[in-house]
Design a protein around this ligand. Structure first.
Ligand code: ADP
Length: 442
């Protein structure tokens, strides 16, 4: 495998080559039919169509092999795929040479299509392997020209396309062969030089990304440790405030009671904030989340019951519609329930009294769509793209609700993405907001 190419992008390119080959097969059939049928060039059709079929068959075989063994994805597997790709390109060159032989040999202008194969080889293989492929093509073409020249192989002249048979014209052969060889080597040289540079940049970017991820991990571990400590201290402070406030340690005057009440409320908010911070950090650091089948309708019902009291306080109606086909999905039930609860809490928090919140579950085949819509204050359009960022709170929300962590939606985003789902928000300021979550059933 070329030195700097990542294994994932290499496999992606091999799939691209396979796709390209389907296009080549169709093009061969079309070109042969067009030249033979419409331009009336006398072609020997059977071997030309046969080659197209052979290319299609080995392409199918490579596709099946790649797809069937995809989950192996070990280093050895990648090396093996690299060898197979080398073989694919060799076969492509061989088939093109046979096509050329049956359709005019040196007289066929399609000989320059070898250049495309060289470019493909240069983007997929190492420089050395690309030059070897170029030499193979040069040798193959040389053999066809010489064997046809000495009459060992028959020559299929393209009468109707060229006025004079050229396969024994030495000067013509020399000229075309020289351009052919130089075009191939120059193409490989240029393409491998460019891809080497690009691969270098790709490698730098990958390394920078790895470094950033590592730094992010260290930062998250640090936040986890610090917030854990803070939470313990806050819990201890809360434990001290409560008995004093409730009068166990002696009677309090009004001023003392007031101050303790405020201290207690602030401590509670801080504990809530630190818990949210701990949660998002834990999700980020956890490599694996335990997933199992659970009933989504039951989970939604449980999330609704969690916010019912708050909805009643504000006189808000919570309406729920679940498509009958929706039942169990695979995921982390606790996280999903918490995510739905958080979104419902936001809808209540940012809705006016006597508003309406609607939760709809739609079946979309392999996925389910969960939509929570309210008719509250909404989010300014320009702030929507930032709304799932950690600690971000929209300007209008800050104005009406002083407290808030700005972490609820970023936790929701983390949870949804860990389920390979997606979350998005649509809103009109003053009219309301819809939070949509799409989750795969498996
Ligand atoms: P918090 O609600 O604690 O501020 P979130 O992360 O849950 O944090 O939400 C981030 C921001 O998104 C909120 O501060 C608010 O500006 C906006 N937001 C979320 N849900 C709604 C909603 N239903 N209506 C209006 N704004 C919302």
């Amino acid at each position: 495998m070329p030195k700097y190419i990542s294994e994932e992008s290499f496999v992606e390119r091999v799939y691209w080559l396979i796709k390209l080959r389907w296009v080549a097969v169709i093009s061969i059939i079309f070109a042969v039919s067009f030249a033979g049928g419409i331009l009336k060039i006398p072609l020997v059709l059977f071997p030309l169509y046969a080659i197209a079929v052979i290319i299609a068959l080995y392409n199918l075989a490579f596709l099946i092999f790649l797809t069937a063994s995809k989950n192996k994805e070990s280093r050895n597997w990648f090396l093996f795929v690299n060898k197979v790709t080398n073989l694919q390109i060799t076969l492509d060159l061989f088939c093109l040479a046979i096509l050329i032989h049956y359709s005019g040999g040196i007289e066929n202008p399609f000989i320059f299509y070898f250049v495309f194969h060289m470019i493909i080889a240069s983007t997929l293989l190492s420089r050395r392997a690309s030059f070897l492929q170029a030499s193979f093509a040069v040798g193959l073409f040389f053999s066809i020209v010489i064997l046809e020249y000495y009459g060992i192989l028959p020559h299929y002249c393209l009468i109707g396309f060229i006025s004079q048979d050229q396969h024994k014209n030495f000067i013509y052969i020399l000229g075309v062969y020289f351009v052919f060889v130089s075009a191939l080597y120059i193409a490989v040289y240029m393409a491998t030089s460019i891809t080497k540079r690009l691969r270098g940049h790709e490698k730098d970017l990958r390394m920078a990304n790895e470094l950033l991820n590592e730094k992010d991990r260290i930062k998250s571990e640090y936040v986890l440790r610090v917030s854990h400590d803070i939470k313990e201290h806050l819990a201890a402070i809360q434990g001290c405030i409560e008995p004093v406030y409730s009068g166990i340690t002696g009677a309090l005057n009004k001023k003392q009671e007031d101050l303790l009440l405020r201290a207690g409320q602030r401590t509670e908010k801080l504990i809530f904030f630190v818990k949210a911070l701990l949660e998002i950090t834990r999700i980020k650091l956890s490599k694996h989340i335990e997933m199992d089948y659970f009933s989504l309708p039951k989970t939604v019902a449980s999330a609704i019951s969690f916010v019912e009291a708050k909805a009643k306080d504000k006189g808000i109606i919570v309406d729920c519609q679940i498509a009958p086909a929706i039942d169990k999905i695979k995921g982390a039930q606790i996280y999903i329930e918490e995510t739905i609860s958080n979104i419902l809490i936001n809808s209540l928090k940012y809705s006016r009294e006597n508003g309406r919140v609607e939760i709809i579950l739609k079946d979309q085949g392999n996925t389910v769509l969960i939509q929570v819509t309210d008719n509250g204050i909404g989010i300014p359009k320009e702030e929507i793209p930032k709304i799932c960022q950690e600690f971000y709170r929209a300007s209008n929300a800050k104005a009406i609700e002083k407290t808030g962590t700005g972490l609820g939606l970023s936790i929701a985003k983390q949870v949804v993405e860990r389920h390979n789902g997606r979350i998005w928000i649509e809103s009109d300021i003053g009219k309301g907001c819809t939070v949509s979550i799409e989750l795969p059933k498996e």
